[in-house]
Design a protein around this ligand. Structure first.
Ligand code: SAM
Length: 237
């Protein structure tokens, strides 16, 4: 059974019976190596916001899957701002620092996780010179898009009502200020909804296998993630 399927998602319960998880307490070696806290599996993340019911929960991306997917973009990344929609404790923000983006931004709705992301950013010593990185406490549906070319990344953070608003805002921002935008969607549960957006074109989809280190701390049964990349088509003024 896929971890994101099932009616129980509406009630912020685990997506599988707890016994089906390989481990939900494992600490990823990334955390020990860099002195940060990005591990853990959390479904119950109440904020009082109406979009809590759309929250798919927190677990951090497998670094090997993240890096392979970023490499798939084959873009001149220093021209792009990286935006993680649903950035949680910020692991993907820290990983994005390896790819030379001009700026790295995380948007997270849970105050508890977002506070940890800020602490992680303050603690993290990137292996190489890094661009500015910031974490914002906000609903992704209300995010005010920066004016630069965008690589937007999300790992199945929310359900369709939030995704619809994210796409509406993004489309309006691109129409008022035309620029390149790519969406990297890990575990693209809403792929069918995105396929209906004619201004978005899927340019790649594939299974990405994680390495042994990532699988050692992985909660779910599958060690391959489906990943998809969409490109925004230029829009008429
Ligand atoms: C699966 S985790 C991914 C964490 C991180 N992006 C990564 O790849 O390691 C999804 C995160 O999205 C957050 N989230 C869910 N709905 C959100 C919303 N409407 N706005 C902002 N963040 C949201 C959750 O609280 C959770 O931290």
């Amino acid at each position: 059974m896929k971890w994101t399927r099932g009616l129980d998602r509406l009630f912020r319960q685990p997506r599988m019976a707890w016994g089906e998880y390989r481990s939900y307490l494992a600490v990823h070696p990334f955390d020990r190596r860099f002195g940060v806290d990005t591990s853990g599996l959390f479904y119950d993340l109440p904020t009082g916001h109406g979009h809590d019911r759309c929250n798919n929960g927190y677990f951090a991306v497998a670094p090997s899957v993240f890096h392979q997917t970023m490499e798939r973009l084959s873009l001149d990344l220093p021209r792009f701002t990286f935006v993680d929609l649903g950035s949680g404790k910020g692991r993907a923000l820290l990983l994005a620092l390896d790819h030379g983006f001009r700026e790295v931004i995380g948007v997270e709705i849970s105050p508890r996780l977002e506070r940890i992301a800020r602490e992680n950013i303050a603690r993290y010593r990137p292996p190489r010179e890094a661009p500015p990185v910031r974490s914002i406490l906000a609903d992704a549906a209300d995010f005010d898009w920066p004016p630069s070319p965008l690589v937007i990344y999300t790992w199945n953070a929310f359900t369709e009502p939030v995704m619809r608003r994210v796409l509406e805002n993004l489309r309006a921002s691109l129409a008022s200020r035309p620029r390149e935008a790519y969406l990297v969607y890990i575990h693209p549960e809403l792929d069918a909804a995105l396929e209906g957006e004619l201004w978005l074109k899927k340019v790649w989809e594939g299974g990405v296998a994680m390495n042994d280190e990532d699988f050692s701390a992985w909660a779910f049964p599958d060690r391959t993630e489906i990943c998809a990349i969409y490109r925004a088509r230029p829009q008429p003024e």
